[in-house]
Design a protein around this ligand. Sequence first.
Ligand SMILES: Cc1cc2nc3c(=O)[nH]c(=O)nc-3n(C[C@H](O)[C@H](O)[C@H](O)COP(=O)(O)OP(=O)(O)OC[C@H]3O[C@@H](n4cnc5c(N)ncnc54)[C@H](O)[C@@H]3O)c2cc1C
Length: 305
Amino acid sequence: MTASPPPAGVEHDFPLARLTTLRTGGSAEFFARVNDSEALAELLAWARAAGLAVGVVGSGSNLLVADAGVRGLVLKLERDLAKIERDGARLRCGGGARLPQAAARAAREGLSGLEFGVNIPGTVGGAVRMNANAYGGDLSRVLEWAEVTSAEGSERREPSELGFAYRRSGLGPEEIVAGASFALQPAEPEAVKRTLADMRARRHAAQPSGIKTFGSTFKNPDDPRAEGRTAGLLLDAAGCRGLELGGARFSVKHANFVENTGEATTAAVIALMSEGRRRVRERFGVELEPEVQLLGDLDAAELYA
Ligand SMILES: Cc1cc2nc3c(=O)[nH]c(=O)nc-3n(C[C@H](O)[C@H](O)[C@H](O)COP(=O)(O)OP(=O)(O)OC[C@H]3O[C@@H](n4cnc5c(N)ncnc54)[C@H](O)[C@@H]3O)c2cc1C
């Protein structure tokens, strides 16, 4: 039991599956939607006093939630913490703002640089944590700073202080991106909109749509034995395209996408991922590394089995 009663709005035993794009996993012990910085500080102080771990869910587009659920407090940033505002040639976004909406807003405002975000179905906070990128766009090129909040307080960090590497940052597990500022270039709105439309069309042709998935399952390997092939090509060559286990399947259209065909559990997804890794290891000697993030009581070792 926790020491003091939770702040208003904290829910107990909250199902998380519907907050993820894969739609699997159990419940959060405690869950709260956070509307502003003051509420965020209050919740973090309460969690610290109660000895609870803190996690955050963005759009859940790169997230695998444990079937057994998540102990501690899970937060979702909304309202003031999901705003998108123009400030000259900058776009100021809450950590909970959706990246495709930020990209579309930048286009309408005649600002260029955030186009790569149009096809990344995550939040600004999730994108900073994951160093999300697409089509050669580069988050760190346009990110001016991220506001990082923890129980210790808040501070602005520039890209050089965020420990960015391929699909990762150096943010600690309990550090929350409450907001970010993007420094963009003035451009013709119609030209930026055309770029967005072109990127959407290219994405539609290359990847499955309308399925329950967290996008790329494994990072593209940096291993000479892969001979430059992507994780998707290696999985395909190892016979994983369309492979199904317990309702979890490597997509027929894109072998590096795992989809939940209906009733899959997180355990089934992990078993499928392990089988994919095993086949690629046996065939090519390459160890695929998961890109998807785990939340909750999950044994990460299972993924590396
Ligand atoms: C169809 C599809 C296509 C995709 N295409 C791309 C792509 O082209 N490029 C790409 O890079 N990714 C892609 N992704 C993956 C995913 O969209 C990105 O990783 C995205 O940045 C995740 O953001 P999110 O808000 O959904 O984070 P979540 O999935 O909710 O969380 C991911 C991680 O970020 C943490 N997190 C979330 N919000 C915050 C916050 N405010 N502060 C701190 N940590 C936070 C979570 O705790 C978790 O560890 C794709 C996913 C799908 C489903």
